[in-house]
Ligand binder design. Structure first.
Ligand SMILES: Nc1ncnc2c1ncn2[C@@H]1O[C@H](COP(=O)(O)OP(=O)(O)OP(=O)(O)O)[C@@H](O)[C@H]1O
Ligand SMILES: Nc1ncnc2c1ncn2[C@@H]1O[C@H](COP(=O)(O)OP(=O)(O)OP(=O)(O)O)[C@@H](O)[C@H]1O
Ligand SMILES: [Mg+2]
Ligand SMILES: [Mg+2]
Lengths: 260, 260
């Protein structure tokens, strides 16, 4: 059964896009068939794998717009292959207009889930990179997903933000949009073991959530190589295969595969 | 004349909230009367100054909701004083509901601008901390503002995001929502002079935008003290007065005051 993983957290800059790209690469390395979907109008996932969101057509915007307008659509037309073997559905800036037009669409929370039905069987994992919000695009991702991965930067503001995304997940379950939605776990990102802050926030997160929500091991350490890998249009695994970051995402991918 | 400064950038985690709090503190230190408004449902500005967004009432949500429902409103009821002398209007999570209800409100872009009319004369500077999006809350901030400050982290994805916010500013001008809206400048944040990345991205930003948009000097260097100051409920200026971060924000505040 295809696993659809939403990578969501409304706090900005915590490593959602970085996690989507690097998990896609790590899962592909482990022999999984992977599709990564860029559901953020910023198009960072698209840029991270070396494409230009202003130039590509069609993108995720194309079938979503068709669905909203009651036209036939095919997300399969918007699938591109990356150099590292996984596939992506890119984004474009106009995606932000979809969020507004979804508001008056019938069954507006399930538009993405409907689109994915056609292509699910081709993949073992579908990863969805979300924008930093809890709006209708994210709700569509949570409704289409089998599980959610929540990246949290080991800093105070990000840790305090965990309640909001967890409460949105609970709402999606309660309102029967997706009663089976599972929290796959929290990934601790940008951890700097030399600082007290990382230790304190990590302990606080484990105390607050550790009993009910898995916390992936190991934390991903802060490294400038991540930002550099973006410029190179590559995952950290392709850019610096033996780095702590690469090893961490490989380990997290193994844990994800191990759980059904 | 009161200067209303929106601190906006759709890329997440670039230092919008950090800039709002520290500019508010630096301007206050220089004798200005300052109000900081938290226009982000996450409530990070509210948390950064030591308040709890779940506990405070009223907040910015209260007068906005009243305006949307055609009831009388008074933003003055939602003003609180901080330990450092500047005032804030806090946020609460329900603010995200306002964004949806604004869609069908008459003159929906000007709701915040109307609210600020009543209190503007009490302040020299009003700073508005925006959420990481280009939705209606941000459009309200851009419509109410006299100028915009755009924080950009010195990393590739953030730098690429500059076009989107600048094009939203241009749209707000062109559609006569706020024809006089000025870009006060770009603040380079989380700069790490030891890395090539910071130098390369800084040069790219200066080349791309330097001819038309001021770039505040100096860049704000990356330092764990910023995240620590949040836990202490203080600005960096109160937490570590002689740090590079404090000096940088003082310098930026002086440049802002110097320009009329
Ligand atoms: N472990 C890490 N160490 C250092 N830098 C990192 C790490 N992970 C990500 N980054 C960098 O931090 C920045 C923010 O990461 P990213 O863009 O993935 O976050 P995001 O949550 O997707 O942001 P947004 O909320 O805007 O979508 C990027 O420049 C990225 O390259
Ligand atoms: N110069 C800096 N050096 C190191 N850390 C910083 C710096 N400026 C801000 N930070 C930290 O980086 C994180 C992100 O900053 P902040 O929350 O201000 O960004 P933001 O743009 O407001 O995020 P969002 O998009 O979620 O609103 C915070 O934990 C903050 O403490
Ligand atoms: Mg992202
Ligand atoms: Mg913020």
């Amino acid at each position: 059964m295809t696993r659809v993983i939403a990578i969501a957290m409304q706090k900005g800059g915590v490593g959602k896009t970085t996690t989507a790209v690097n998990l896609a690469a790590a899962l592909t390395e482990l022999g999984q068939r992977v599709l990564a979907i860029d559901l953020d109008p910023q198009g960072n996932l698209t840029q991270h794998v070396g494409f230009d969101p202003e130039q590509l057509h069609p993108t995720i915007y194309t079938p979503l717009k068709a669905e909203v307008e009651g036209q036939p659509s095919d997300i399969g037309d918007a699938i591109y292959e990356t150099d590292e073997g996984f596939h992506i559905v890119p984004s474009q800036p106009e995606l932000s207009l979809i969020e507004v037009s979804l508001i008056n669409t019938l069954s507006r929370e399930r538009v993405l889930a409907t689109l994915l039905e056609d292509i699910k069987s081709h993949y073992d994992f579908i990863l969805i990179d979300c924008n930093p919000s809890l709006g209708l695009l994210v709700i569509n991702a949570l409704t289409a997903a089998t599980g959610v991965v929540v990246p949290i930067q080991t800093e105070y503001l990000a840790a305090r933000g965990a309640f909001m995304i967890l409460s949105s997940i609970e709402t999606v379950r309660r309102k029967k949009l997706n009663p089976q939605l599972k929290v796959e776990g929290i990934i601790l990102t940008m951890a700097d073991p030399r600082t007290l802050m990382t230790g304190e926030v990590t302990t606080a997160i484990k105390q607050q959530f550790g009993a009910t929500i898995p916390i992936f091991e190991p934390p991903v350490r802060r490294s400038v190589r991540f930002a550099e890998s973006v410029v190179a249009g590559k995952s950290i695994l392709a850019y610096e295969p033996t780095s702590q970051g690469s090893e961490a995402y490989r380990q997290i991918a193994k844990t994800l595969i191990g759980r059904k």
